[in-house]
Ligand binder design. Structure first.
Ligand SMILES: *Cc1c(COP(=O)(O)O)cnc(C)c1O
Length: 924
């Protein structure tokens, strides 16, 4: 491969690629790489240092049972976890169907019209609901009311998110304290954090009369037996789907949900799966209303959500598919019945239980010293209770609770052993669910929730969906900026170990020593890799990291009395989340031009700095740039901004081009996020989970996100360590690779992309290169001249690649009409050649059109992708042979991937927006 580049060594390649001015000189200090055996052994020790307890802490996180058939065939199956966000719908029908099931599940439970395909966690979903409410409310008030009986971590995140954008939060009891005409919206917790189930109807009527919006944070399991938010006339519902089979995982990842009334669907954040038709008129799924995507809206964006929680949404949906409505109701009734029995027993002791109207959670009040003795007895018996304030103990039961659990809790409160024989669990339900708030309407009548009820059928349904999709287990996915690299099995193995997955995020520190050690290693290594001084592991996506990093910059300016600094410079080529995040911290986005080589235009940068010198807060740059080039001027850019009093946010999505070779913290940046789901091997899961920890220079360390349990400090995620349970993946990757392995991976990533350039440059123009003609770890292929000459579009080529069995590269980002190709170090030469051969074969097809020997509209390119139905159709009236369409050069019938649908019609789908499972009669 080096020969193809005319080079004698890897070192020579690096010298031509990475500016000498930023090259790291010393090893990072991580040490040598370990063997897989040694890494697993150490991870086993770490997991064993976490203590698995029966956690009845509740507060949004509950024990649950992930059915084995779902765990093994989805959570532990690379066909699902290595997939990418379904931007190419023809190769994503399986996960799109699962996500449509998820949206349907959420609309059925909430009684609202439209649900999105997941948000990051319940707390950020509440914040998104708050800002959505402000956008759509008729009321022009700047205040938002928050039910004081809301989970503390949700309140913590609401505080963080409200302050920079001038929203004032008002807390209280909705029944007593809500002044509907003084707010633009209100959040009700249903049930409340204390367990109390309250009727919000009167308050909602008052809000609506005042032109304000009603948001409900609702527990989805409770909604199987309680009246839905829609039935109570709420406008928006949010919550966590964790207890639908997803392990607590010390806080995440879990899918949050959001559902809205039909009239607000176009304002909803996050991704939305919709139903459309394909080229043959068949029903087909795809992401709907993509013009809402923040990539496109940029500084007009209202939310920065990009990576969400797709894999977790799929898990939750499958849990519902497997259980059906009856199964879910049975679980809910059992939990409610046990809880009522628990409360009866405690009252009989006698103790004070705060409220009568509960679902799964009660709060007990007693003297503070007695409460301490109860906690001590609980821990000794292997249980955690919630510390809900002095003398208040919270108890939440869940799917895993049994009558023995109830008995054990009684014993901790000094209850007699025979209480259970006196208190009937069955008698519980009638007391548990308040009469006036019982669900009256049936739900989940769709076929999908009523067909796959045996393990045999469930197994085959999961397999059938997986077979429709392309993921990394079948082909390289050359998506530029997304870094679709190997997610090694050994890295994935530990995440389902109970020592990592069955830990409550608010468990006492003595029980989480393993996690503490793992986080300490990871923070140390991320500092060593990036050259920063401190790391926060809280943000659970890259975009969340951007938000947290900009908040840190804002906090630093404020601490120095520079409150007027609110301008954020962003180059025109930036990822859409950059301007969106800047908006969310209340900064004004000022765009900086790029020159014809794709680099930041230094003259324009100087002009913008001069124009805004006194207001300059930050610049957000991506490095290597989103154009796939190591800009020579990066040090100069950082210095110019610093001299004007600003800070440098360096988007770390492209760290795969730097690890071991260059350190942002050493060449001038102040803060970066690291997409652990890109560079550090967490799989993309079909669009999430991810993790976006941030590294900062020492001066910004005091402004890192606070822990959500410490109310009053700025938290950006619901859980203290974001999606903690996937951090062992990145830990394992770094430990396996060591200093040399990491640097070599980066070198090979750069070699691979330059090799692709060498193979394609004769056939397609390569848009941007560095000063010595090299690209970084990705390259942009310019398809616009071909379109001008022949009418062949980027989409035609992307879809034709499917016929070759490939996932398309990134389409039209950062430059419209181009492909951005990122091979990563994980692809070997054979796969790179297979891809390049396909690109060259496509170029030959385009040549036929150029030569006037084929009309573009009649070409295999325009008809791509070809389906098995095309192959088997009785009629064939195309101007090319069937075999040419279905089996292009190099594709053998033996290993052929068949997309289940032909090309999707996006316009039809957006015009006829359907975002829930179609009525089965539609198929007939
Ligand atoms: C992926 C990406 C982001 C956003 O990261 P998420 O984890 O999806 O939120 C930001 N910037 C760039 C350049 C990216 O490639």
């Amino acid at each position: 491969m080096l020969e193809a580049l005319g080079l004698g060594s890897e070192a020579a390649l690096l010298d031509e690629t990475i500016p000498a001015s930023i090259r790291a000189s010393a090893p990072m200090g991580i040490g040598a790489g370990w063997s897989e055996v040694a890494v697993l052994k150490r991870l086993r020790e770490i997991a064993d240092d976490n203590v698995v307890m029966t956690s009845l802490i509740g507060q949004g996180y509950y024990g649950t049972v992930l059915p084995g058939v779902i765990q093994r065939n989805i959570l532990e199956n690379p066909a699902w976890y290595t997939a990418y966000t379904p931007y190419q719908p023809e190769i994503s029908q399986g996960r799109l169907e699962a996500l449509l099931n998820y949206q349907t599940l959420v609309t059925e439970l909430t009684g609202l019209d439209v649900a999105n395909a997941s948000l990051l966690d319940e707390a950020t979903a509440a914040a998104e609901a708050m800002t959505l409410a402000r956008r759509v409310a008729k009321s022009k008030s700047a205040a938002f009311f928050v039910d004081a009986d809301t989970h503390p971590q949700t309140i913590a995140v609401l505080r963080t998110r409200a302050e920079p954008i001038g929203i004032e939060l008002v807390y209280g009891d909705p029944a007593a304290d809500l002044r509907a005409d003084a707010v633009f919206g209100a959040l009700f917790s249903y049930p409340g954090s204390s367990g109390a189930v309250r009727d919000p109807r009167a308050a909602i009527v008052a809000l609506h009369n005042a032109g304000a919006i009603a948001v409900m944070a609702a527990d989805p399991l409770a909604l199987t037996v309680l009246a839905s938010p829609g039935a109570l006339d709420a406008d928006i519902a949010i919550g966590s789907m964790q207890r639908f089979g997803v392990p607590m995982g010390f806080g995440g990842p879990h899918a949050a949900y959001m559902a809205v009334r039909d009239e607000y669907k176009r304002n909803m954040p996050g991704r939305l799966v919709g139903v459309s038709v394909d080229s043959a008129g068949r029903q087909a799924y795809r992401l709907a209303l993509q013009t809402r995507e923040q990539h496109i809206r940029r500084e007009k964006a209202t939310s920065n959500i990009c990576t969400a929680q797709v894999l977790l949404a799929v898990l939750a949906s499958m849990y519902a598919v497997y259980h059906g409505a009856e199964g879910l109701i049975a679980i809910a009734r059992r939990v409610a019945g046990l809880t009522a029995a628990l409360a009866d027993g405690l009252r009989a002791l006698p103790l004070t239980v705060e409220t009568d109207s509960v679902f799964d959670t009660i709060t007990v009040t007693l003297a503070a010293d007695e409460a301490e003795r109860v906690h001590a007895r609980a821990v000794a018996a292997g249980m955690n209770f919630r510390r809900a304030g002095a003398g208040r103990i919270g108890l939440s039961l869940d799917e895993t609770s049994t009558p023995e659990t109830v008995e054990a809790v009684w014993a901790c409160f000094g209850g007699a052993d025979d209480l259970l024989s006196k208190i009937s669990v069955e008698s519980g339900l009638s007391k548990g669910v308040p009469e006036a708030l019982r669900r009256e309407t049936p739900f989940m009548a769709q076929d999908v929730f009523n067909t796959h009820r045996s393990e045999t059928e469930m197994l085959r349904y999961i397999r059938r969906l997986a077979d429709k999709d392309l993921a990394l287990d079948r082909t390289m996915i050359p998506l530029g900026s997304c870094t679709m690299k190997l997610n090694a099995t050994v890295e994935m193995t530990p995440i389902t170990w109970p020592g990592f997955s069955d830990i409550h995020p608010f468990a006492p520190a003595e029980q989480t020593k393993g996690y503490t050690a793992l986080f300490a290693d990871l923070e140390k290594w991320l500092c060593a890799i990036s050259g920063y001084d401190a790391v926060s592991l809280q943000p659970n996506s890259g975009a969340q990291g951007e938000y947290a990093g900009l908040l840190a910059i804002r906090g630093w300016h404020r601490s120095r009395g520079q409150t007027q600094r609110d301008v954020c410079l962003i180059p025109a080529s930036a990822h859409g989340t950059n301007p969106a995040s800047a908006q969310m911290v209340g900064m004004k986005v000022v765009v900086v031009k790029c020159d014809e080589n794709g680099n930041v235009d230094i003259d324009d940068l100087k002009a913008r700095i001069a124009q805004h010198a006194n207001e300059l807060a930050a610049i957000m740059i991506t490095y290597p740039s989103t154009h796939g080039v190591f800009e020579e001027a990066v040090r100069e850019i950082c210095a110019l901004v610093h001299d004007a009093g600003g800070q440098v946010y360096l988007d770390g999505a492209n760290m795969n081009a730097q690890v071991g070779l260059a350190q942002p913290g050493r060449y001038g940046a102040d803060v970066s996020h690291f997409n652990l789901h890109k560079t550090f091997c967490i799989p993309h899961g079909g669009g999430g989970p991810g993790m976006g920890p941030i590294g900062v220079g020492a001066h910004l360390a005091p402004f890192l996100p606070g822990r959500p349990e410490a109310l009053g400090e700025a938290a950006v995620s619901a859980a203290p360590f974001g999606s903690a349970s996937i951090l062992p993946i990145s830990w394992a990757y770094i430990r396996l690779m060591g200093d040399d392995g990491l640097a070599r991976a980066t070198t090979l990533a750069i070699l691979n992309s330059n090799y692709i350039v060498s193979r394609l440059e004769g056939a397609y123009p390569i848009l941007y290169r560095g000063s010595k003609g090299r690209v970084a770890h990705e390259c942009i292929v310019d398809l616009r001249p071909l379109k001008d000459a022949t009418g062949v579009t980027v989409d035609d080529i992307a879809k034709r690649l499917i016929d070759f069995g490939f996932h398309a590269p990134t389409v039209s980002f950062p430059v419209a009409g181009t492909f951005m190709i990122e091979p990563t170090e994980s692809e070997g030469r054979r796969e790179l050649d297979r891809f390049c051969d396909a690109m060259l074969a496509i170029r030959a097809e385009i040549a036929l059109i150029e030569a006037g020997r084929m009309d573009v509209a009649a070409s295999p390119l325009r008809h791509a992708p070809h389906t098995a139905a095309d192959l088997g159709a009785a009629e064939w009236d195309r101007l090319y042979a069937r075999a040419e369409g279905c089996f292009p050069p190099g594709v053998s019938p033996e290993v052929k991937y068949w997309p289940p649908i032909g090309r999707i019609d996006n316009v039809y789908g957006d015009r006829n927006l359907v975002c829930t499972c179609p009525d089965m009669t539609a198929y007939r």
